[in-house]
Ligand binder design. Structure first.
Ligand code: ZN
Length: 188
């Protein structure tokens, strides 16, 4: 039953992220984020199970392992429980944490045009949710300028991912414009 697998992925992700919160000031549990990403995708007609499962799991490799052994174990777990296609998608959207922040951000812009369709869609939904978070529950220490820089960077990543789902693309640009205007008008 694929619905069961979808819920299993949700439980799996919740367990992996259980001690984490989002960067914002409201102490939102981390798991809210992958749930929102999967919800955005399904809201725009993306209902393929592997895609939604990968959306639930999209940050577990990047954000919940401390070393290479843990990473390998987690990869094996994901492959065993959800299949190699799901694992591939999750790996595609995972930054290499051994690189610097700057390098990782640069690589996302360069690599996104070469990702699979599923990975591109997750990238877009992920950036939509992150931009909404910047407006609604902003990371405490981020200046207005840093938020605007994040938006600009997110748009350059998404520009390499558009063309698969017009409504999803449009929702990104609408969200971008709305939050961009908000930040421009609400300088601290
Ligand atoms: Zn994410």
């Amino acid at each position: 039953m694929t619905e069961q697998l979808l819920l299993k992925a949700l439980v799996f992700a919740a367990e992996r992220h259980k001690d984490q919160t989002r960067k914002g000031k409201s102490n939102i549990p981390y798991i809210n984020h992958p749930i929102e990403v999967a919800h955005v995708l399904s809201s725009f007609g993306e209902t393929e199970y592997d895609l939604l499962i990968a959306a639930f799991l999209h940050d577990v490799i990047e954000d919940t392992v401390k070393n290479d052994i843990e990473k390998e174990n987690l990869k094996n777990d994901i492959r065993k429980q959800f299949g190699s296609n799901v694992l591939e998608i999750v790996l595609e959207v995972s930054d290499n944490k051994s690189l610097s922040y700057k390098e990782r951000k640069k690589l996302q812009v360069i690599n996104t045009p070469n990702l699979s369709d599923s990975a591109k869609k997750i990238k877009i939904a992920d950036k939509i949710c992150n931009i909404l978070d910047i407006k609604n529950r902003p990371p405490e220490k981020w200046s207005n300028q840093r938020k605007l820089e994040y938006l600009k960077w997110a748009k350059s990543v998404v520009n390499g991912a558009v063309g698969l789902n017009k409504k999803l693309d449009q929702y990104f640009f609408d969200t971008y414009n709305k939050v961009h205007t908000y930040l421009k008008n609400n300088k601290p």
